[in-house]
Write a protein that binds this ligand. Structure first.
Ligand code: C2E
Ligand code: CA
Ligand code: CA
Length: 509
């Protein structure tokens, strides 16, 4: 671990004063005095002898050595931690340890080599330094971590520390120019404040606590900050077993997509299919998202599920195309962790290229809660990039996440997906009908499309028709089913609605 100190040894300042090359500036004055005192002979002697004496005394060597001062040996992080704790204790101050995990460095190393990863590490180090104050220390903890020790002070309360973490993460979030390309990384941070411990806390325990907080931040699967507290609970062994089982199930292909159709409210045409995840557990049977999503997110596996769902969704779309079944688009649900992944747009672009499908046939569903909390950060950048690629963005569970109208305008949303809670019994409850009508008026002003979800009855569908909601999804049309089951459902529906075309298709097949 290599610390960077901004202090200078005071001895070197004195040496610099005596031996520095600026001393030669006094030579003309010396020659003048020699000339006045001793005439021309003394003048010539002093002009030649002084630089000679300076050289023999090692002044030039010293000067060049001072121009590149020897690196100050770096004390280990534990020593500095001990020193900071002791100063804080002595002065009645506090200090804090930040452990920072950079997500994306190993990717840079894999793609561009170790030298590029080192270059990225140096850039990140400089960014951390630019946010920190002079006495703070930054240590590298290879391969992808930094440890920041905040110099003891009086005002290091929790809110100041979390604000500092936000500024550090923001500085690290900026694109990195590495090996001639622009790369994004993201950071998770664990914080331990000395205020959380008694006077006799050891440096090791303090550092280990910050590391435990970092582990918790990383386990969320999304770049985040966690502050250590003595109430922090480590995952128990049952939770750890479930995390392990989920990882193994992802490896062995036990996660499968099912699909639920979306239908034009007025036309009755199929306008899309939403992909929903199912775990085909060898012993327990089919498990829905409520039985694994939370644990999957805790163990940082959401990216992997997202990749599996995207691949299966696009493959299903190709199969439906090949079977002559009309499905204009497929929707996938993206978690906050995936949306915080700087590589997301590239990953989706690669997958679209692989399949040869156009981007407008892919809809990205983003929870309103995620967008409402996102602020001006990587989630927005990713959504803008996906929109520019040509994908459409649905704001899922709309009405439950408190997104402001400004947020709706700032994010490149194409359609709001109105939550089932607004639709259930809408044909029998006037308050719900009024609320739905208000949402429709707002979306019309903002030129956003609409889809109502969880439509179960003809009565509910009738009100959606009356209030001019664009699309609908729910058990009224079909429960989620496998790609093959949906092929049958699509063929049956096509047959009912357009028997002539279906007969032609059957002949062709
Ligand atoms: P969601 O995105 O709001 O998906 C709709 C949920 O409502 C689905 O539950 C669907 O089966 C259910 N549903 C559809 N029509 C009706 C209806 O008429 N009545 C009722 N009562 N329910 C209906 P599911 O499949 O259990 O998914 C639950 C949630 O899990 C999803 O809610 C979504 O937030 C999340 N999820 C599912 N798959 C994925 C995935 O691949 N990735 C991520 N990040 N989240 C997923
Ligand atoms: Ca959804
Ligand atoms: Ca929803």
């Amino acid at each position: 671990m290599r610390p960077r100190s901004k202090t200078r040894a005071s001895g070197s300042v004195l040496l610099r004063g005596l031996y520095g090359p600026h001393m030669l500036a006094f030579l003309p004055a010396l020659c003048l005095v020699a000339f006045w005192g001793g005439g021309e002979g003394f003048l010539i002697f002093s002009a030649l002898a002084v630089p000679l004496i300076y050289a023999l005394a090692g002044g030039f060597g010293q000067a060049s050595r001072m121009a590149a001062p020897p690196a100050v040996p770096n004390p280990p992080v534990e020593d500095v931690a001990r020193e900071f704790l002791s100063i804080a204790r002595h002065n009645g101050q506090s200090t804090a340890c930040f452990q920072v995990e950079i997500d994306g460095l190993s990717d840079i190393a894999q793609r561009f080599g170790d030298a590029a990863a080192d270059e990225a590490r140096c850039l990140l180090d400089a960014r951390l330094q630019s946010v920190l104050r002079d006495g703070d220390r930054v240590f590298h903890a290879p391969p992808a971590q930094f440890i920041v020790l905040v110099a003891p002070g009086y005002r290091l309360r929790l809110d100041a520390l979390t604000e500092l973490a936000t500024r550090l993460r923001r500085a690290l979030d900026e694109p990195l120019s590495v090996a001639g390309t622009s790369r994004y990384v993201s950071a998770s941070i664990g914080i331990a404040s000395s205020l959380n411990f008694g006077r006799n806390v050891t440096a090791q325990r303090w550092l280990a606590s910050a590391n435990q907080a970092l582990e918790e931040a990383v386990a969320t699967g999304t770049p985040s900050t966690r502050v250590w507290s003595d109430k922090q609970v480590k995952p128990n062994s049952a939770q750890k077993d479930l995390h392990k089982a989920i990882r193994a199930a992802l490896d062995s292909g036990e996660f499968q997509a099912v699909f639920q159709p979306q239908v034009g409210v007025l036309s009755g045409d199929v306008t899309g299919m939403e992909a929903l995840a199912r775990w085909h557990h060898p012993q327990k049977g089919v498990i829905g998202p409520a039985g694994f999503l939370h644990q999957m997110s805790e163990s940082g596996q959401m990216d992997r599920l997202g990749q599996i769902m995207l691949t299966q969704a696009l493959n299903a779309l190709i199969d439906w195309d090949n079977a002559g079944l009309t499905v204009p688009a497929v929707s996938v649900n993206l978690s906050q962790a995936e949306l915080r992944n700087p590589d997301l747009p590239e990953r989706i672009g690669v997958e679209l290229d692989r399949t040869g499908l156009t981007a407008k046939r892919l809809v990205i569903e983003v929870l309103e809660t995620v967008v409402a909390q996102a602020g001006d950060d990587i989630v927005r950048r990713n959504l803008v990039a996906l929109r520019e690629l040509g994908c459409r963005i649905d704001l899922d569970d709309f009405g439950t996440g408190h997104a402001s109208i400004t947020t709706l305008q700032q994010f490149p949303i194409s359609r709001v997906k109105i939550d089932r809670s607004f639709i259930k019994d809408i044909d029998r409850r006037n308050d719900k009908r009024r609320m739905f009508a208000a949402i429709m008026a707002m979306t019309e002003e903002l030129t956003l499309e609409t889809i109502g979800e969880g439509v179960e009855t003809l009565g509910e569908h009738g009100i959606l028709q009356e209030l001019k909601c664009g699309h609908a999804q729910g058990f009224l049309f079909a429960e989620p089913g496998s790609a093959v089951e949906m092929s049958r459902w699509l063929a049956d529906r096509q047959e009912q609605r357009d028997p002539a075309r279906s007969a032609v298709l059957r002949r062709v097949r």
